[in-house]
Design a protein around this ligand. Structure first.
Ligand SMILES: Cc1cc2nc3c(=O)[nH]c(=O)nc-3n(C[C@H](O)[C@H](O)[C@H](O)COP(=O)(O)OP(=O)(O)OC[C@H]3O[C@@H](n4cnc5c(N)ncnc54)[C@H](O)[C@@H]3O)c2cc1C
Length: 383
């Protein structure tokens, strides 16, 4: 076990916080007033798309992340490890940011059931932070242990569009896990809506389309059930870029750098502690002072707990200079450019289109950048 002594509220809030002089109300008073008037201009769902300006000279950065994809779906269960009670909350694939508040509520309910006031949360991505905050709000004294904190987590690489997808292999997921995912999605979306259009959290409304030249699959509901998605239309003929069919709905865009920074701040100003530490295996947990632990280590949980069902699903994203006139996202497959998706982040237009299962390579690939930039430019030319 590698361990470095304490990273704590002082890092984010300055010396005043360390000496206990900063009250919660002081910190909130220092923030700019949230703009809740709806600064995201969201057009009617069928309004024409303005073209994205996709060219190499507008690319600002390219990043890679490994989605924690677990073949049977996310693991949410309480187990005994030595003398510790461990609640597992990991393996959320391509939907961990979306699901976060829902699975956090569920994991926190299990953890609170042990009745101990002090709880350790392992991991500081979207799942760990939301779980820690839910526990704090329930009155627990929470310490987060992790080897990396925002902005250095996979959660910071996420798109992140609110729609839990790429969550399981269809032939391995149980009906119980499906029920859990539907319920968690409903809780999570209702929590995210409370942050919408508050610039301190980087969460805002967009319209999202998926397109295909074959009829869209309507045999199953969307995760969380269809009524969760405002404005949803499915398998409509025609649509943007000349495709034969499309689905469309309104959803939330979550800018993970802004959002996770805000969650860290919320956790620290409520008295939470953060400790940098790297666990090698289950035995390392025995040294922790808390006897109730919640495991939110994403892909890292595989190594520590010997879970071979979790694998990386590599994703590469490039960002273009921002465009104020783009309020839509999309996902589709093309004959010449393969899978492509785009989200309208305010800090830049996100270009994506890779889900490579079993690939651990974190190095950006130049040929992927070219494929995405040219593919999205070709789509824009079809408008
Ligand atoms: C390209 C890409 C696009 C995505 N798009 C979306 C999207 O649009 N919407 C969406 O909802 N999701 C999206 N995702 C998925 C999302 O990023 C993940 O599901 C989510 O980040 C998982 O969160 P987490 O907190 O479990 O994991 P992480 O963010 O990886 O956090 C894990 C934490 O555990 C710690 N840890 C790991 N191992 C150890 C160890 N051995 N010892 C100590 N600490 C450890 C880490 O340091 C970290 O703090 C995307 C992912 C990628 C890569």
């Amino acid at each position: 076990m590698r361990r470095r002594d304490f990273l704590t509220s002082g890092a984010a809030l300055g010396a005043g916080a360390l000496s206990g002089c900063v009250s919660v109300s002081d910190v909130y008073a220092s923030n700019t007033a949230p703009d809740l008037t709806g600064d995201a201009l969201v057009q009617p769902i069928g309004a024409p798309f303005k073209p994205i300006k996709s060219s190499m000279d507008r690319v600002t950065r390219t990043i890679v992340g490994l989605r924690p994809f677990r073949k049977p779906g996310p693991r949410l269960e309480a187990v005994k490890v030595g003398d510790k009670d461990v609640v597992h909350n990991y393996g959320h694939g391509g939907g961990g940011v979306s699901l976060s508040w829902g699975v956090a509520e569920m994991a926190a309910t299990l953890a609170k059931g042990y009745g101990r006031p002090k709880i350790g949360v392992l991991g500081s991505g979207a799942i760990g932070l939301s779980t820690a905050i839910v526990l704090q709000r329930a009155g627990a004294d929470v310490t987060i242990y992790a080897q990396a904190f925002p902005p250095y987590t996979t959660s910071n690489v996420a798109g992140a569009m609110w729609h839990p997808v790429t969550l399981y292999e269809k032939d391995q997921v149980t009906p119980e896990t499906m029920t859990m995912l539907h319920n968690a999605s409903r809780i999570a979306f209702s929590r995210f809506i409370r942050y919408a259009n508050d610039p301190n959290y980087g969460v805002y409304w967009i319209r999202q389309h998926s397109m295909s030249n074959k009829e869209m699959n309507v045999s199953e509901p969307y995760i969380g059930y269809d009524d969760l998605y405002p404005g949803l239309v499915r398998n409509q003929p025609g649509g943007p870029f000349g495709f034969a069919y499309h689905d469309a709905y309104y959803t939330l865009m979550i800018d993970p750098d802004i959002y996770l920074r805000a969650l860290v701040k919320d956790f620290l100003i409520s008295g939470g502690r953060m400790m940098e530490i790297s666990f090698e295996d289950e035995a390392d947990l025995m040294a922790l002072p808390q006897n109730t632990l919640v495991n939110c280590m994403g892909l890292g949980a595989g190594k520590v707990f010997g879970d071979e069902t979790i694998i990386p699903a590599r994703g590469q994203l490039s960002f273009l200079l921002p465009q104020n006139d783009i309020d839509y996202g999309y996902a589709l497959g093309t004959k010449d450019y393969g899978l492509l998706y785009s989200f309208p982040r305010k800090t830049g237009i996100l270009l994506g289109g890779s889900v490579d299962k079993g690939d651990w390579d974190l190095t950006p690939r130049a040929d992927e950048v070219t494929r995405m930039v040219e593919g999205h430019a070709w789509l824009a030319s079809q408008l």
